[in-house]
Write a new protein. Structure first.
Lengths: 313, 651
């Protein structure tokens, strides 16, 4: 919209913490406000016609309340402090939830504050004096990479919904979108026992460490058949010495030639491997992540996939 | 979406407030509208609340539709029309009640709140008592609280809504007062005003038939109030002229209706001192304008004097009006009577009341002159067995004969009529004046209250050289009726014969206090029309007030007040003050040229400053100690002073 472009040009890029000045809080009557105005006008005509001083008073009290509510509505936003508080990465197709912390740096409560984007809005909150609350702005995603929120708004209808006052913010807000995990991903490459550890194989098998869910590709020798007989669930035995059993997910070894498809498959493998607490390594053109597991490892790997550019190799 | 759907209880928090707003704004209508509407209203409100409580289902569309049709037709049937204040507010109430039954969203609640505002408005068109203003303000507060409660987030408590509503109302008050004072009033309405027929009109009747069933108003309702510039005339001189009746058909006296006369005013010759006074006349739905006998000038536009010196306005008085008038108690009117007027005012239907005619002619022949005859007749009324009563027996045909010779009981109309017939029988031009007599002084307000029960009829006879001369035959029969006003008489304990019970003195005092307040209320608030506004503007120092000047003042004032409100709001939302110690310390920090790191305490920072050598070590120590003491310690004002001195010495 043209007005929004104008506002963007006028205000420039906002810092990550922005305090709303009076010059950037806009205000317009709502539909109810317009009806209220028409009603007040009709009442004024009626009062003039009947020369009825009490209905004059009623009319003027309502008109004055309208005017006061206009200022109250604008002041409800002016001075509000907004800070971008990050967003957790999501898989493409999910909605990313941008967190915006809104702080009321004043001596009075502010009521009915809501953040919104073109497609969605946050829930409504009241802010007590000095209070800070985190508002969530969900944004749908469709492809991997960095997603940025060009513009969002903060608005209020307080007190009587006769006026809507709002401000547009253009902060440097972005979040990370991982590729969608492929539903039809082929089997991940078989667990490779690291070569240097083969001689410890026998000993390793003696150090029973626990059970985990059976995954296709597990050796039948490791299946806990006794447990299967008991519970009907296929479980694989884990051995402490089998630390070295780790997977390498290699971008270049995937049969599919489509880059996005490959990334999608890798994502699925990483998600699954992470869930089973298995070590995995990722080999991308020009980049390699040694087998490991844990949140940080997962994040680094997925981030590499999310930000992968075909030109990288 | 006409399909009935279950309610989800989402309105449960705000619905009670909306219902309260509706009930508060509906309450003033209850005495005026048919009882079934009030019952339906209360019923629908309760029904709707129960539905919401039980997460029930709203009535289906066909039930609502047929209810709506039935109500609409009933209103139409009850009132015979659907326009006007009465049926209008009945319809509003019905609409609100029915709207309740299909309210399931916030938008519907807004409609309900708009309806309740209209209900408040229509109740104000109907009545404007002293308590109407505070009641209206309270209604607005309830409506606005409901409004706030509806649009606020779920965490908002009712108390918060009330507080916020009151605060906004407080901000709005000066604005509203400025608008009310300066908004230019106009005297001519845009469209014909529907008269509220649900309220019985009280006032003087246009005709009188002594002998029919007594129609004398006994109501204590105020007819008008008068405040005098100077001394208040004695009770016997308080004759308030209304309409004049000249036509008699043997039974009924009639006036000629309000008509205009170019010469009537000029026929008055005045003697003595003028009496100037302000009258606030309650609406009568009639054209007659009351004034002290005999008025010579009056301040109301569109008011004229008829051929018999009666004042009337071109349009019926459908709301309270105030005017200033000047009268003379000593006057001569129409000293030269035209032949037509003489014939009109001596006309009697042939053959009616023969015994009265005969009596009059006998008495006239016994008396030497017209004047002696008049005295003789008054003496007869005074001395013979005539009684003043408000419940006279009905009179048959030839009512004057029957009254004078048989029943001899009656009130002012009977005496005025009998006296007039006797006068006319011997060719003395006579007419009957209907108006009010007396009035009670309200010591609190310094004004006279004239009530409907003070309505009175007297006569005027034309005497050569004197013109029309007032004779009050009732005074001859019941002098106390003339010496005292009806309410005084009531207080003296003889009120029983006047038809209403005597109130206790305390109650009477309370009534008078309330009346004084009411009079001021009428004068200053309700009567603030074009004339009052004009004089108020002049009092404020506005030269030649015009709507343009008032509008400009209004706009200026509104802008000014809004700026103040804006400032107040800004103060309200200002960030908490930085404490002054911190401000002073900040100056020290600037002077040092170093930047405190996050988490660095004042002492650590002081060490760094000392190392930098830009500020002498003792100064750094004094400032730091004083600052810590003033801000965090118990140093209080003394430490604060030390800090100020140390920072000052640094420069």
């Amino acid at each position: 919209m043209r007005v929004e472009k104008w506002a963007r040009k006028r205000q420039g890029i906002d810092p990550d913490t922005t305090t709303l000045g009076p010059g950037r809080v806009y205000i317009l009557p709502t539909g109810i406000g317009i009806i209220f105005g028409l009603m007040a006008f009709a009442m004024l005509l009626g009062s003039m016609n009947y020369n009825n001083n009490l209905s004059f008073i009623l009319t003027f009290v309502l008109v004055s309340l309208g005017l006061v509510s206009m200022h109250q509505c604008q002041r409800n936003l002016v001075g509000l402090e907004l800070t971008f508080a990050g967003a957790d990465p999501v898989f493409a197709g999910q909605a990313i939830r941008f967190r915006i912390a809104v702080t009321n740096q004043s001596k009075s409560a502010r009521y009915g504050i809501r953040l919104y984007t073109n497609e969605a809005q946050s829930s409504m909150h009241d802010l007590l004096p000095g209070e800070s609350k985190v508002f969530i702005l969900p944004v749908t995603t469709d492809k991997r990479g960095r997603i940025s929120l060009q513009r969002f708004g903060v608005r209020t209808l307080f007190p009587f919904e006769l006026f809507r006052s709002w401000a547009w913010l253009h902060m440097n807000i972005n979040g990370l979108v991982y590729p969608t995990p492929a539903d039809d991903a082929p089997q991940p490459p078989p667990t490779m026992i690291a070569h240097g550890h083969r001689q410890h194989d026998a000993r390793g098998e003696e150090d029973f460490a626990g059970l985990r869910k059976y995954l296709p590709g597990d050796s039948p020798r490791h299946v806990a058949w006794k447990a299967y007989a008991r519970s009907g669930q296929l479980l694989s035995k884990q051995f402490a010495g089998a630390d070295t059993s780790s997977q390498w997910f290699d971008f270049n070894e995937i049969a599919d030639r489509n880059v996005e498809k490959r990334l999608s498959i890798l994502t699925r493998w990483i998600v699954e491997a992470d869930r089973t607490l298995e070590d995995y390594g990722l080999r991308m053109p020009g980049k390699e992540f040694k087998p490991a597991h844990g949140d940080q490892h997962r994040r680094e790997c997925l981030e590499a996939l999310a930000l992968f550019k075909s030109g990288d190799n | 979406m006409n399909r009935p759907r279950g309610t989800d209880g989402s309105l449960l928090a705000s619905l009670p407030w909306t219902l309260a707003a509706l009930l508060v704004s509906f309450a003033p209508h209850v005495p005026y509208i048919p009882i079934w509407i009030s019952a339906a209203f209360a019923g629908c409100a309760a029904w709707r609340y129960i539905i919401e409580r039980r997460r029930g289902v709203l009535p289906p569309a066909w039930i609502r539709g047929s209810l709506a049709l039935a109500c609409f037709l009933s209103v139409h049937f009850t009132y015979g029309s659907i326009s006007g204040v009465g049926p209008g507010s009945a319809l509003l109430a019905v609409m609100a009640a029915l709207k309740l039954l299909e309210t399931r969203k916030r938008r519907d609640q807004f409609v309900l709140l708009f309806l309740s505002i209209f209900l408040v408005m229509s109740s104000l068109l109907r009545e404007q008592f002293l308590w109407s203003l505070p009641y209206m303000i309270s209604s607005i507060l309830v409506i606005m609280t409901a409004w706030l409660h509806m649009s606020a987030s779920k965490t908002q408590s009712a108390r918060q809504s009330v507080v916020t509503g009151s605060r906004l109302l407080l901000y709005a008050a000066p604005l509203a007062i400025a608008m009310w004072v300066f908004f230019p009033r106009i005297s001519t309405p845009f469209w014909a005003m529907p008269i509220d027929t649900s309220r019985a009109t009280t006032g003087l009747s246009d005709s009188m038939s002594p002998g029919d069933i007594s129609e004398l108003s006994l109501s204590n309702e105020v007819a008008f109030r008068v405040s005098f510039d100077g001394a208040i005339p004695a009770p016997r001189d308080r004759y308030w002229r209304g309409l004049v009746m000249t036509r008699f058909n043997g039974r009924t006296w009639k006036g000629r209706g309000a008509s205009i006369s170019g010469t009537a005013r000029d026929q008055i010759e005045v003697v003595g001192q003028p009496i100037t006074y302000d009258i606030t006349l309650e609406p009568t739905q009639q054209q007659w304008v009351l004034a002290l006998d005999m008025p010579v000038s009056w301040s109301m536009s569109g008011t004229f004097m008829g051929p018999e010196q009666q004042l009337a306005r071109s349009t019926p008085i459908d709301q309270r009006i105030s005017y200033t008038a000047t009268s003379y108690s000593d006057y001569r009117v129409e000293t030269r009577l035209s032949d037509t007027h003489r014939i009109w005012n001596t006309n009697l239907p042939i053959g009616s009341n023969p015994r009265t005619t005969e009596l009059a002619q006998t008495m006239r022949s016994e008396a030497g002159s017209d004047r002696d005859f008049v005295d003789a007749v008054l003496q007869k009324l005074n001395e013979e067995e005539f009684y003043y009563t408000l419940e006279p027996p009905p009179l048959g045909s030839n009512p004057v004969d029957r009254f004078l010779f048989e029943t001899r009981r009656g009130f002012c109309e009977h005496y005025a009529s009998a006296f007039s017939v006797m006068m006319r029988s011997v060719g003395i031009p006579t007419r009957i004046v209907l108006g009010y007599h007396g009035g009670e002084l309200n010591p609190m307000g310094g004004h006279l209250i004239v009530r409907q029960s003070d309505a009175h009829a007297w006569t005027e006879i034309w005497i050569e050289g004197l013109g029309w001369h007032r004779i009050d035959p009732t005074a001859a029969v019941a002098p106390e009726r003339i010496e005292m006003s009806a309410s005084d008489a009531a207080l003296e304990g003889i009120g029983a014969s006047w038809g209403f019970s005597a109130p206790s003195r305390l109650l009477h005092r309370i009534t008078l206090t309330f009346d004084a307040l009411d009079a001021k209320w009428n004068e200053w608030i309700l009567g603030y029309g074009p004339e009052n506004q004009n004089s108020f503007m002049q009092w404020l120092g506005m030269n030649e007030p015009s709507w343009r000047k008032m509008m400009l003042t209004l706009v200026g004032l509104v802008i000014g007040i809004i700026m103040i409100i804006s400032l107040l709001l800004m103060m309200r939302y200002r960030p908490p003050e930085k404490d002054e110690a911190a401000v002073l310390y900040q100056r020290f920090v600037r002077k040092s040229g170093l930047k405190p790191c996050t988490g660095e305490t004042a002492r650590v920072f002081a060490l760094r400053v000392q190392e930098s050598g830009r500020i002498s070590a003792p100064a750094v120590k004094t400032v730091t100690d004083a600052y810590l003491d003033a801000r965090y310690g118990n140093g209080g004002d003394a430490a604060f002073d030390r800090l100020r001195q140390a920072v000052g010495a640094m420069q």
